[in-house]
Ligand binder design. Structure first.
Ligand code: PEP
Ligand code: MN
Length: 340
């Protein structure tokens, strides 16, 4: 932390700040300028640095204090220089392979789910997606099948062997969703539901944390920190597009987030081009781009009849479109050394 004193700070004020910093466990390196004094405080105090920084700023004579260390530790590259991998049965997210998670936005019926699950598996998906609890902007739109949807996901897993990813929206449903899911999805609207993050942090179950639709990368990594801090390190991130001024696409899919997270963190990153674009016509190309940019996998919405889907039909690709896309992804994967 760097503490910048006001231009005319008195000696007594400077001394008080130095003593306070030492009291918090910092080693101090002051630079007494003719105009202004700057104090570098180094060391790793046990206190929350952001709080200490605010407390320093409340001392008389202080102009500002600047944090040098990142506000997340466990999620940072410095803490863990090598990439972390998340194992879900035989599926490894964050390794050399590129993981395909595919299925409907929402579980609607046994026929719909089974047909999709069989088809995506045959075309090379290794995880089945499907929402049973759906966060909806409108209280009038379909909210998901709830536990019946979870049961259908379990049925699809039993038949296809595909592990299942599904969203948990509320703390009260964690135990129930854990009974059926192999990966817990935390949706964009819940990235800042810190109580929920703390609870899933206590589990040993893999978690996929979606980026909040207006979240900065740093805020996303701080949300990840909540989960890691609880001891659950089976964590992957998912970029699903952010809100911008653009309205032609549902969101603006930030593929550079993969690179930003790579630089800052060890956590695997999956791309969701379905929520990311909101347009089925754009999904296959964005999937190819995600593979090329170095993402660890994809989360894609597929439905036997997108025009009949109860949710997100416009951004959902058909089974033949998924099959055609997989062929292209495999060619690209071979060219760049990523197995699908
Ligand atoms: C979804 O995956 O269907 C979904 C609701 O995602 P998000 O939380 O990113 O909107
Ligand atoms: Mn959806």
């Amino acid at each position: 932390m760097i503490v910048v004193m006001q231009q005319n700070a008195e000696e007594g004020q400077i001394r008080e700040v130095e003593e306070a910093l030492q009291g918090w466990g910092y080693e101090i390196h002051p630079i007494y300028g003719t105009e202004r004094t700057v104090i570098a405080a180094v060391g790793t105090p046990t206190q929350d640095e952001a709080r200490v920084s605010e407390q320093v700023e409340a001392l008389p004579g202080v102009e500002k204090s600047v944090l040098v260390l990142k506000p997340y530790r466990l999620a940072s590259r410095e803490y863990r220089p090598e990439k972390s991998v998340v194992k879900v049965g035989d599926v490894v997210v964050g390794g050399e392979g590129f993981v395909m998670m595919a299925g409907p936005c929402t579980v609607e019926s046994e026929e719909q789910l089974m047909e999709t699950a069989r088809a995506v598996k045959a075309a090379g998906a290794t995880v089945l997606r499907g929402g049973a609890y759906k966060p909806s902007t409108s209280p009038y739109s379909f909210q998901g099948m709830g536990e019946d949807g979870l049961k259908l996901l379990a049925l699809a897993r039993a038949e296809t062997g595909l592990p299942v990813i599904t969203e948990v929206m509320h703390i009260k449903n964690i135990d129930l969703v854990c009974e059926y899911a192999d990966i817990l999805q935390i949706g964009t609207r819940n990235m800042q539901n810190y109580d929920l993050l703390i609870e899933v942090g206590k589990l040993k179950k893999p978690v996929m944390l979606k980026r909040g639709m207006s979240a900065k990368i740093e805020e996303w990594l701080q949300a990840a920190e909540y989960i890691l801090k609880g001891g659950n390190d089976a964590l992957m991130l998912c970029e699903r597009g952010v809100r911008t001024f653009e309205t032609y696409t549902r969101n603006t899919l930030d593929l550079s987030a993969v690179l930003a997270v790579r630089e800052l963190s060890h956590l695997p990153v999956v791309i969701d081009p379905s929520q990311g674009t909101g347009r089925a016509s754009m999904v296959p190309a964005m999937c190819k781009a995600a593979l090329a940019v170095g993402a660890d996998g994809l989360l894609v919405e597929v439905h036997p009849n997108p025009e009949k889907a109860l949710k997100d039909g416009a951004q959902t690709i058909t089974i033949p479109a998924y099959e055609a896309m997989m062929k292209e992804l495999k060619v690209i994967g071979e060219a760049i050394g990523r197995r699908l």
